[in-house]
Design a protein around this ligand. Structure first.
Ligand code: ZN
Length: 208
């Protein structure tokens, strides 16, 4: 999806020590592991956050969880494309969820694929921001979707596990063929979603 690159804080050509990671892809065991609580918000964690934000914008994406860059810590970064810019949630917990909403959801670790996935429409999320202040957020629709997707990553759960039986069969078939690197990896045209700049369907196709 067209990431909110407009918020990109860097000045081109100015090396501020921020670097980007490669994003771990489906099949990498780190994506299946439960991440650990962050015990201290310090300079090292802040450096990680900066690099994760950089990686998210480069993708481009709207959200990125630490396991997606191979770090088993419970935090994620995101940018909803509003005036706030990039945000971080450390040790997030979804304390409540309500309703139901179907949304075409993709994942930076399962690139090029997306599915309509049913999840709760509203969530209450608690945790800490990058400065260690407690946060308590009531979110709906897309924002709530981002939180649920990223918290799943921290629990070692991938999008594929949220599919219904038919979607899942199809998805695993494609991913298996991809893993074997055989031709015919797109029998049903599911690879139609090239990380799409400027898509009109709205956010979320492949950016989490
Ligand atoms: Zn994801």
């Amino acid at each position: 999806m067209g990431g909110p690159v407009g918020h990109h804080p860097r000045v081109p050509g100015y090396d501020d020590g921020v670097s980007s990671y490669s994003i771990r892809q489906y099949g990498d065991p780190v994506l299946r592991q439960r991440a650990r609580e962050v015990e201290e918000i310090d300079g090292r964690l802040n450096a990680l956050v900066e690099d994760m934000v950089e990686t998210m914008y480069e993708a481009p994406g709207v959200g990125l969880a630490a396991p997606q860059v191979g770090v088993r810590k419970r935090l994620f970064v995101y940018d909803l494309g509003d005036e706030v810019g990039p945000r971080t949630i450390v040790n997030p917990v979804i304390t409540e969820s309500r309703g139901e909403w179907t949304f075409e959801e993709g994942c930076l670790s399962v690139p090029g694929l997306s599915w309509p996935i049913v999840r709760p429409r509203e969530v209450h999320l608690t945790g800490y921001d990058a400065e260690g202040r407690e946060v308590s957020i009531e979110a709906t629709d897309f924002e709530a979707r981002v939180y649920q997707h990223e918290v799943d990553h921290l629990d070692g759960v991938l999008l594929v596990e949220r599919l219904d039986a038919d979607q899942r069969r199809e998805a695993l078939g494609i991913l298996r063929i991809r893993a074997l690197d055989l031709p015919g990896g797109d029998p049903d045209g599911l690879l139609r979603v090239v990380p799409d700049q400027g898509a009109t369907e709205g956010p979320g196709l492949s950016g989490l």
